[in-house]
Design a protein around this ligand. Structure first.
Ligand code: NAD
Ligand code: UDP
Length: 316
């Protein structure tokens, strides 16, 4: 299938990642239908697209069936920050599972190609490090994170069953921690929390002793990876990891944010939330080989862009 010029649906298109995906699709000539219920997304994220002749916004909840004429679907609708997805956990599971069901049914009806935004969270608190796609994960089914983790795992199951049962063209992408402009001030994830706290001169809230690790990917790199996965030949289903393997501890991240933002905030410890994964780092060999994709933007450069974005937002 050629890249560009398609009728493309983006669920969660007013969110952090979704709005950048909409931008990229408009740039390459697609007709974009953005579906969002504004649970965590905002009109501000898509403000620049609202008057565009190839952009349409539909306020809709993906847990409700939808019938629209599309050729491609990026299924991104789901709160991604633990603070948000744990606020109404039953609804989070429903969004993951029922949302996937509804979008798969739509894809089947329209014979559309469909991409699922899955997550590194499917690996749980991993015993294998870094995590390759072949690792099945170590997941607690009854923790505060499980609504998201198990919801996303079940969505992957649905995608592969639709693929096997109905010969649907699927792409399953496991996204690792991604950051950048358009994260909300109240998003609750670590990069935005640390930057907002540093810029406001508030205490930087480090969970636990800060020795737990993550590996952060800048949003522009990630969006390129999502488009590459969608454009991959029909035989490629994934799952495929997308992320930046540059791993660091949360204490190192706090210190780096403080330095890059010129802040004098104190770094203070708070209790580590239960089931917080100890380590996380993507093995991206498959993405490099199958999609010819690798991240290009280093953490310092990405953090500088993100700090500039939050600085402007807080001054507005
Ligand atoms: P986000 O919270 O900024 O965006 C999610 C979007 O989905 C929001 O616009 C929200 O309003 C919308 N939404 C939520 N529930 C909905 C529903 N029931 N119906 C319609 N719209 C709904 O999060 P994000 O970081 O942009 O994440 C986007 C996707 O990528 C999510 O599926 C998330 O699980 C996945 N992901 C993101 C990351 C990351 O680091 N950003 C990592 C792994 C996976
Ligand atoms: N974290 C932290 N301070 C915060 C928010 C998060 O130390 O204010 C920690 C969190 O406990 C986890 C890591 O940073 O160990 C990444 O958290 P985030 O919520 O961004 O993503 P996830 O845990 O889903 O990877």
């Amino acid at each position: 299938m050629r890249a560009g010029g398609q009728r493309t649906l983006v669920t969660g298109g007013a969110g952090f990642l979704g709005s950048h995906v909409c931008d990229a699709l408009i740039r390459r000539g697609d007709d974009v239908l953005c579906v969002d219920n504004f649970h965590t997304g905002t009109r501000g994220n898509i403000a620049a697209l609202l008057g565009h002749p190839r952009f349409t916004l539909l306020q809709h909840d993906v847990t409700v069936p939808l019938d629209v004429d599309v050729e491609r679907i990026f299924n991104l609708a789901c709160p991604a920050s633990p603070a948000h997805y744990q606020r109404d956990p039953v609804r989070t599971t429903l969004t993951c599972v029922q949302g996937a069901m509804n979008m798969l049914a739509l894809a089947q009806r329209r014979r559309a190609r469909i991409l699922q935004a899955s997550t590194s969270e499917v690996y749980g608190d991993p015993e294998v490090h870094p995590q390759p796609e072949s690792y099945w994960g170590r997941v607690n089914p009854i923790s505060l994170r499980s609504c998201y983790t198990e919801g996303k795992r079940c969505a992957e199951t649905l995608f592969f069953d639709y693929h096997r049962q109905h010969a649907l063209e699927i792409k399953v992408v496991r996204i690792f921690n991604t950051y950048g402009p358009r994260m909300g001030v109240d998003d609750g994830r670590v990069v935005s929390n640390f930057i907002v706290q540093a810029l406001r001169g508030e205490d930087i809230t480090l969970h636990g002793d800060g020795s737990q690790t993550r590996a952060f990917c800048y949003v522009d790199d990630l969006v390129e990876g999502l488009l590459a996965a969608m454009d991959a030949p029909a035989g490629f289903t994934g799952p495929v990891n997308l992320g930046n393997p540059a791993e660091l501890s949360m204490r190192e991240l706090a210190e780096r944010v403080r330095r890059l933002s010129g802040s004098t905030s104190r770094i203070v410890q708070q209790p580590l939330p239960p089931d917080d994964p100890r380590l996380r780092r993507p093995d991206i060999a498959l993405a490099a080989q199958a999609l010819d994709w690798r991240p290009r933007i280093g953490l310092d450069d990405g953090l500088k862009e993100t700090i500039a974005y939050f600085r402007a937002l807080l001054q507005a």
